[in-house]
Design a protein around this ligand. Structure first.
Ligand code: SPQ
Length: 451
């Protein structure tokens, strides 16, 4: 990466199979400009999966061309879906029809993507008479899969794997399924979606009830493709009716608010910054980050709010301002679960002590995000305490440059890169390339926004 106009410099250096980002900060820079963040990862996965299951053609505009959706595309291509080259802004998928996925001749590799593995397992469980093996990278093979194996087994699924069928690689023999009403112990869109997708292949009605509402992209898109989906917001339940006729659709993927979150926080904490983020998905099950930043008194404005193929979208303006500490927990957590690492960075610059609780789920993401953020920000001199279910972060701090590591977790890589911009002294962020999982152009965009 070339030298920026200011004296701040970002340099990506090869390091074995990975890349190391060297950040040499300066005191006189800010972030300015207009940016379109890449397509929503959750919606991208679902559009590929439902496109593969539907009859006819699905066209997808704005699909995230990150590593995770590429894993989903490769898995469904191996099962007979015809997916056009993933190098353009318009992707087409020729579906095979519900229940008609082909038995792949090799192991299905979900890479780093929990969404690919868990949602796909729901769809594979009911492909009668066919055999599938699913695996992933080191991180994904260490993540818990029993949360989807258990409800799928209640529906009649046949699944085998390591650690009492709870860790990939997992083998699945497609089997006739029965509908269930599943009371999920955790608010998880991946659990909910896996069960609802399995419910498409079971006679009758399959319901999932959650302790708090998780993202509802599956429910919205299933409806758009022709499934009958009932939502009961009171009981936090979603119900699908089995064996719908799914028909290929036109999907326009909005920008990912989880990717926008890095810019929202960066612009809020770097004095003099002002950014306009265009075309960002603002589905209320995902806008917890906006609510948290509003609690912190960030200067954020939603403009041009509209609906695009069933998902709410807006442009978001953010300007630097003095943040205040806040308490984040309860039902807000599933609505900002992936934004907690970057919120921890915001909290370092807020007046007072921010406490994040009820976030134990972060321990089973691509890394243990509570532990990694506490140790990595700690290396920069931050006063941050790891709690069993969250973080306690003292604000008003100044950070020092340090040797940092993403632990190959994309959200950690981008959060630490933003923290490094604000530090005094050089930071080296090892395995920074992890950002490509959800945001392949992150460092180029960062470079372009520096003013
Ligand atoms: O797909 P994966 O690897 O699980 O990705 C993450 C992320 O940070 O991008 C979580 F690590 O996002 C999940 C999110 O945390 C994506 C997701 C979805 O698309 O349904 C739901 C959330 O997970 P969960 O377990 O709360 O359902």
């Amino acid at each position: 990466m070339s030298e920026p106009a200011s004296s701040l410099s970002l340099e990506l250096q090869p390091q074995g199979n990975h890349q190391c980002l060297q950040v040499t900060p300066s005191s006189d820079f800010c972030l300015r400009g207009t940016l379109k963040v890449p397509g929503d990862k959750s919606i991208s996965h679902r559009s590929l999966m439902l496109g593969a299951l539907a009859e006819g053609e699905t066209s997808i505009e704005g699909l995230l061309l990150g590593e995770d959706p590429c894993s989903t595309a490769a898995c469904f291509t191996a099962m007979g879906a015809k997916i056009s080259e993933l190098n353009s802004t318009l992707i087409t998928v020729q579906g095979v029809g519900l229940g008609n996925l082909q038995e792949p001749t090799n192991i299905l590799d979900a890479g780093n993507s929990g969404t690919t593995m868990r949602l796909m397992m729901g769809l594979l469980a009911g492909q009668e008479g066919k055999f599938f093996t699913v695996t992933g990278d080191d991180s994904l093979r260490s993540r818990p899969m029993s949360r989807v194996v258990k409800p799928l087994e209640m529906m009649g699924a046949q699944i085998w794997g390591r650690a009492d069928n709870s860790r990939a690689p997992l083998a699945i023999r497609g089997h006739k399924l029965q509908s269930i009403h599943y009371q999920s112990p955790i608010a998880s869109a991946q659990v909910k979606s896996a069960v609802l997708l399995a419910g498409l292949l079971a006679a009758g009605e399959t319901t999932v009830t959650e302790p708090a509402l998780s993202r509802d992209h599956s429910e919205r898109m299933l409806r758009a493709f022709g499934a009958t989906v009932q939502i009961d917001p009171e009981t936090k339940s979603a119900t699908v009716t089995g064996w719908p006729k799914l028909t290929g659709q036109k999907v326009i993927v909005p920008g990912d608010i989880s990717s926008a979150a890095f810019w929202l926080v960066a612009a809020a904490i770097i004095p003099g910054s002002e950014l306009l983020l265009t075309n960002v998905g603002v589905n209320p099950t995902r806008t917890g980050i906006l609510d948290a930043l509003a609690l912190m008194e960030a200067d954020i404005e939603l403009l041009n709010q509209r609906d695009v193929t069933g998902e709410p979208v807006a442009d978001i303006r953010v300007r630097a301002s003095q943040l205040r500490a806040c308490k984040i927990g309860g039902d807000l957590i599933p609505r900002l679960v992936d934004e907690i690492p970057i919120l921890a960075v915001a909290a370092l610059f807020a007046q007072g002590t921010t406490v994040i609780s009820d976030a134990e789920e972060l321990r089973v993401k691509e890394s243990d995000r509570l532990s990694v953020m506490a140790t990595q920000l700690g290396k920069m001199g931050a006063k941050i305490t790891e709690l069993p279910d969250g973080l306690e972060i003292s604000g008003g701090q100044s950070l020092s440059g340090a040797e940092l590591d993403s632990f190959t977790d994309h959200r950690i890589a981008m959060s630490l890169a933003i923290a490094a911009l604000t530090a005094k002294g050089v930071s080296r962020l090892h395995r920074a390339d992890a950002a490509s999982v959800s945001y392949p152009d992150f460092f180029t965009s960062l470079q372009n926004l520096i003013a």
